[in-house]
Design a protein around this ligand. Structure first.
Ligand code: HEM
Length: 296
């Protein structure tokens, strides 16, 4: 069985950099050589890489997980929008120390500058309690222990085994609007209590809460994904980079459909207070498949 790229399951990962790139019209051998330089080991840092369908096809013309598609713009009937801004390349730099992350940013940026244009350059952070900027704890419903692998990794025998399907979306919070709600009203949006982080139960759980719209089963299969996104921000722009990994591509599409009101028309009330600005789907190959693609 092929193994995932190193660092995927290493938590907490207090500091991240999310880099999205569009390839220039460079020869594919130059792209491979630039990627090899970008991915040289940096002490105490993980540098993981994933590719859009067209980009992976150039690096590895022999095979691609067939379900992988580009992210297409989606909208709810009420006007919530998830734009499709598909990029070629995603680099996720993650470590516990910001200085270590910075050393890797410099290496990656210098190595890729001649073959790709940077289109998203976002620094993420994780607080000790993993609270997002509006104060709710993020990650509680994530699979634990062995279940992380089951949710995130393409199984043995399938095309792309040991790799993952990946989604990246940049969301900004309408911070003032959300924070002007009472705490119980905020809790209705997420479906969990704020301070104590307890899931609302039974009739107390609104059908349009974020938990109700995302914790779903399709044909009795829970649509579990492994989420590693974090808050990002500065004085003028704050939100969350949503980053998640799955073993089956359809899980993303099913959960997004549910958020946008597919089936019953009920939309995720999180989208009344946060706006989505980017959206890409990528394939993160296993370490062995990555090495093979970059050296062939
Ligand atoms: C502004 C954007 C978002 C924010 C602030 C946010 C925040 C949260 C929070 C606070 C929770 C509850 C705690 C937890 O279980 O982690 C949660 C759960 C979850 N979110 Fe999000 N989220 C965002 C976008 C998304 C998107 C776009 C998806 C899917 C495409 C998603 C999928 C999930 C899933 C699967 C859960 C776990 C539900 C469960 O099993 O209980 N989230 N999110």
């Amino acid at each position: 069985m092929n193994s995932p790229q190193s660092g995927l399951f290493e938590e907490p990962g207090r500091s991240s950099q999310y880099l999205e790139y569009q390839l220039k019209s460079a020869a594919i051998d130059d792209v491979k050589s630039a990627l090899r330089k970008a991915l040289q080991p940096v002490p105490d840092v993980h540098i993981l890489v994933a590719f859009g369908r067209a980009c992976w096809h150039r690096l590895q013309p022999e095979w691609c997980p067939e379900q992988l598609m580009d992210f297409k713009a989606r909208a709810s009937e009420k006007g919530h929008v998830m734009p499709g801004t598909q990029q070629d390349l995603f680099v996720w730099i993650v470590a516990e120390d910001r200085g270590d992350v910075m050393a890797a940013i410099v290496q990656v940026a210098e190595a890729l500058a001649s073959v790709a244009d940077i289109t998203l350059d976002l620094d993420g952070y994780k607080t000790r309690e993993a609270r997002i900027i509006t104060g709710f704890v993020d990650g509680t419903g994530n699979p634990k222990g062995d279940k992380k692998r089951q949710a995130a990794i393409i199984p043995e025998g399938s095309i792309g085994e040991g790799g993952s399907f990946v989604i990246g979306q940049k969301w900004t919070h309408r911070y003032k609007e959300f924070m002007s709600l009472s705490v119980p009203a905020q809790e209705q949006v997420f479906g969990r209590t704020k301070e104590t982080n307890i899931e609302l139960e039974g009739t107390a759980q609104p059908p349009n809460s974020h938990v109700s719209r995302t914790d779903i089963d399709v044909n009795d299969v829970p649509m579990k994904m492994y989420r590693r996104g974090t808050p990002y921000g500065n004085a003028s722009d704050k939100g969350l980079y949503f980053l998640a990994f799955t073993c089956e591509f359809e899980r993303f599409e099913n959960v997004i459909d549910s958020m946008l009101g597919g089936g019953d028309g009920v939309t995720d009330s999180l989208m009344d207070y946060s706006d989505c600005h980017t959206g890409s789907y990528w394939f993160m190959p296993s370490q062995q498949d990555l090495d093979a693609a970059l050296t062939s």
